[in-house]
Design a protein around this ligand. Structure first.
Ligand code: TMP
Length: 196
């Protein structure tokens, strides 16, 4: 079983790329399961609703712990026992480091300890789709903003720079320019997956 996670700020085109890779792998005869974070189990989807509710105010600490509560359910009930050839994750623990560590300035060692605490396995490959936050939000203009999306430009610049630092730190994270056209990006991703 190979775990491939997709990361990046809002508007980078993660869902499109996950769907394209999903179809490619199915056509190649592989079994594939997709999950999104936060979410994808019944309790995790309920936690997601709290996390994204624009009418709620949450402390950064609560935000981090709820992200990990959701992740703990997903890891324990879906990931660790999974028998598929590939798991595709629309965000995973790197998102907590980028958003809550770099974006909200929470303690990074503590965030890493949560990953160990819930036994979250490392992905075999992480695709980081990178874009300037202003351009990312332009692509999403028209959608109403959830609680996290309403965090402002400085927050999203910090998150983006956090992701880029993580990509420098961990060779499993491959950074792709999200401004290229979707088919070019998809071919790059397929090449990375083939080389696993
Ligand atoms: P999305 O699934 O629509 O992208 O929304 C998820 C939001 O949650 C997005 O703004 C990123 C944020 N997020 C975190 O802040 N930390 C995390 O660990 C994860 C998984 C997501």
């Amino acid at each position: 079983m190979k775990i491939i996670s997709f990361e990046g700020i809002e508007g980078v085109g993660k869902s499109t790329q996950i769907d394209l890779l999903h179809d490619y792998l199915l056509n190649a005869g592989k079994s594939v399961k997709k999950f999104r974070e936060p979410g994808s189990t019944i309790p995790s989807e309920k936690i997601r609703n709290i996390l994204l509710d624009a009418n709620l105010t949450l402390t950064s600490q609560t935000e981090l712990l709820l992200m990990y509560a959701s992740r703990s359910e997903l890891v324990a009930n879906e990931i660790l026992s999974n028998q598929h050839d590939f798991i595709l994750l629309d965000r995973y623990f790197d998102a907590s480091m980028a958003y809550q560590g770099y974006g909200r300035n929470l303690n990074k060692d503590f965030i890493n300890s949560l990953k160990t605490f819930i036994n979250a396995p490392d992905p075999d490959l992480t695709i980081l789709l990178d874009i300037d936050p202003i351009k990312g939000f332009e692509r999403k203009s028209g959608d109403s903003m959830d609680r996290i999306e309403s965090s402002g430009l400085k927050f999203f610049n910090d998150v983006r720079n956090g992701y880029l630092e993580l990509a420098n730190q961990y060779p499993r994270i491959k950074c792709i320019d999200a401004e290229k056209d979707a088919n070019t990006i998809s071919l790059e991703i397929i090449n990375l997956v083939e080389s696993l």
